[in-house]
Ligand binder design. Structure first.
Ligand code: CA
Length: 229
């Protein structure tokens, strides 16, 4: 199925060049010149991925990314930020805003297409049946069941949601605030240490199968699910 990519970029020449390359790569393209147009385009039809220019007139790309993460329609849509060379790339701010990757201008469209495909694979990391397997752990999303090898794992509802989020967003560090946004929903008031409690429970759940090592603590940042040590 064709992936729908929204390009948010105020420079028409870059927008057109990217749109051309993405269409050639068999992707469907929507375009917006600023945050307002982007919000309208997303309300009209949520894309599979958003390419977002850092420097936009009016609301900046970073502010827009934050806002998109808070809204239900766009909270899960991956974002790749386009930044100009020499521009201060504040990765911490970007991480907080939930940006999935960065591409520095000037970029080759071939590189851009490769990065888009990688982010799409990572964010929709299943085989089309809703079953995702990572490092001996398998989640059957339609049935909401978790297996360690062939064994059915007994798991609480919050731990399940947390694990599902990690398994569809592997090899990337999430802060507690981001996990609250993604797993608990941004509009509920939950303390950040709640995340630690549920991560601990999830590890306990996986411990009998020796799979708790998949869920890693990244000191000072947050958590990550990874098959690498
Ligand atoms: Ca710009």
């Amino acid at each position: 199925m064709q992936k729908r990519i929204l390009i948010v970029e105020d420079e028409a020449s870059i927008r057109e060049m990217v749109a051309f390359a993405l269409r050639k790569a068999d992707m469907a393209v929507a375009q917006a010149a600023d945050a307002r147009e982007a919000l309208l385009a997303i309300a009209d039809a949520p894309p599979d991925l958003i390419l977002l220019d850092w420097m936009l007139p009016g609301m900046s790309g970073l502010e827009l990314a934050r806002r998109l993460r808070q809204e239900a329609a766009s909270a899960e849509v991956p974002i790749i930020m386009l930044t100009a060379r020499g521009e201060e790339i504040d990765r911490v701010n970007g991480l907080e805003a939930g940006v999935d990757d960065y591409v520095v201008k000037p970029f080759s469209t071939r590189e851009l297409v490769a990065r888009i495909r990688a982010v799409l694979r990572r964010s929709q990391g299943d085989d089309g049946t809703g079953s995702i397997e990572i490092g001996g752990l398998r989640i059957d999303a339609p049935a909401q069941r978790v297996y360690a090898g062939d064994e059915l794992v007994s798991i609480g509802p919050t731990e399940y949601r947390l694990l599902h989020f990690f398994m569809t967003h592997t090899e990337r560090v999430y802060s507690r605030a981001q996990l609250l946004d993604h797993v608990w929903g941004g509009n509920v008031y939950v303390e950040e240490r709640t995340v630690d409690v549920h991560v601990r429970r999830l590890r306990k759940t996986l411990e009998p199968y020796g799979l708790e090592r998949l869920l890693q603590t990244v000191r000072g940042t947050g958590y990550r699910l990874s098959v690498k040590a």
